[in-house]
Ligand binder design. Structure first.
Ligand SMILES: [Zn+2]
Length: 398
């Protein structure tokens, strides 16, 4: 029987090897020569530092996971490990058993790469407690450690600590979204508690943002909660939206005048908005990604007749409906943050709770949209949120 060293020598004789200098040059060149770079070491080795841009497929999971990392077998794939032995064996497997056409193993592995003075990326580590708290996220490949880091780095602004904002804020907090801003100037009322589950009976009369913050901090101390005890209007919206580098805005305000204002400001600042609306037993949801999909004005160039606007006075709503819609909003926000899945950009989702049906409408950008057909800098302060005066609008409803 050959020794292990002899097997490695034999394998190295039949596979292609590549020098770290060549890999470095190809990755830097940006001329289409860049290979898919795969780190075949164990998780703890990968987390201690890897080549920037490398995908992680431990050699023990090579056969089951390689297609996720390098789906195209005709692509050029470069494998590396610590010193070049494990990657040579893995390259042999990819070539001989899995039919990859252009596989190379990097000579000397990451050790030689580092000796040459090339960059190594050291991912931030989660604390032991965070690993446990987010373990069910880390176990799903679409989130994983990388997605959890993105969530912890993410900044989400929630408009409204009410019926829609309650479930959204609870689940984004539980998911470990690092910074959550919450805007509301209302106080907790007894009639809120049928659906606004972030508040409690003993907080009636207290500020909603303070109450929300208490619940969120108790659920997850990792989350930095920023409160904005104000009513969003034309005088403060740009300041609030620019108070942090918000990655996503979740609109749970459900009133038309603010929705137009928010749309115009978010297009101008290029911040995606997850927008839900509810009435009675009906909910709707979409994602407005500026210049990627339609904006709110593309869909609704004019507001509905005032008497149909849910923002004017008290309307009935099934308490769990905003729960459903708020949680769908949280799901969309998380997908936007981790960059996985298909968001509702360009789609309007309609939910009929009585019939238990979901319907989906394709929605397109309007080439003549007064807002998003133009460059962000061309949108002036005067044009933002142009909408009938709120009081007059509701008064017209009678
Ligand atoms: Zn538009």
């Amino acid at each position: 029987m050959p020794t292990g060293a002899e097997v490695i020598r034999e394998v190295k004789g039949r596979i292609d090897e590549v020098d770290p200098g060549t890999v470095h040059a190809d990755l830097e060149s940006g001329n289409g020569n860049a290979p898919v770079l795969i780190d075949v070491r164990e998780s703890d080795e990968f987390e201690a530092g890897h080549i920037p841009g490398a995908r992680h497929v431990p050699r023990g999971h090579l056969e089951s996971r390689i297609e996720g990392a390098a789906p195209d077998r005709s692509q050029r794939v470069v494998l590396y490990c610590a010193s070049g032995n494990r990657s040579a064996l893995a390259a042999d497997t990819l070539e001989r058993l899995l039919g990859y056409e252009h596989v190379e193993s990097m000579t000397g592995g990451i050790t030689l790469w580092k000796d040459r003075g090339y960059d190594v990326e050291v991912p931030r580590r989660l604390t032991k407690e965070q690993r446990e708290r987010y373990s069910r996220h880390i176990l799903i490949p679409e989130v994983g450690l990388e997605g959890q880091q993105k969530l912890l780095d993410a900044k989400v602004l929630l408009l409204g600590a009410g019926a829609l904002g309650s479930p959204t804020s609870l689940y984004l907090t539980a998911a470990g979204v690092g910074t959550i801003g919450i805007v509301d100037n209302d106080v907790v009322d007894l009639s809120n508690l049928q659906r606004q589950v972030i508040h409690t009976t003993d907080r009636i009369g207290e500020s909603k943002v303070e109450s929300a913050q208490l619940t969120m901090k108790a659920l997850n101390p990792d989350v930095d909660v920023r409160t904005f005890d104000l009513r969003l209007d034309a005088s403060n919206i740009m300041e609030v939206l620019q108070s942090e580098d918000w990655d996503v805005v979740v609109d749970g305000l459900d009133n038309f005048p603010t929705r137009y204002l928010l749309n115009d400001a978010s297009v101008r600042l290029r911040i995606p908005v997850v927008s839900a609306a509810i009435l009675g037993f009906d909910g709707q949801l979409s994602v407005f990604e500026p210049y990627v999909g339609p904006c709110y004005r593309c869909l609704f160039p004019t507001p509905p007749p005032a008497e149909l606007a849910p923002s004017c006075g008290a309307n009935g709503v099934l308490g769990v409906l905003p729960g459903t819609m708020g949680m769908l909003s949280a799901t969309e926000a998380i997908k936007l943050i981790i960059g996985k899945g298909d968001t509702l950009t360009g789609r309007l989702l309609l939910y009929d709770a009585l019939a238990a049906t979901f319907t989906e409408l394709k929605v397109r950008r309007d080439p003549d949209c007064p807002i998003c057909s133009r460059a962000p800098d061309d949108i002036t302060d005067e044009e933002m949120g142009v909408f009938p005066d709120y009081e007059a609008f509701c008064a017209a409803a009678g």
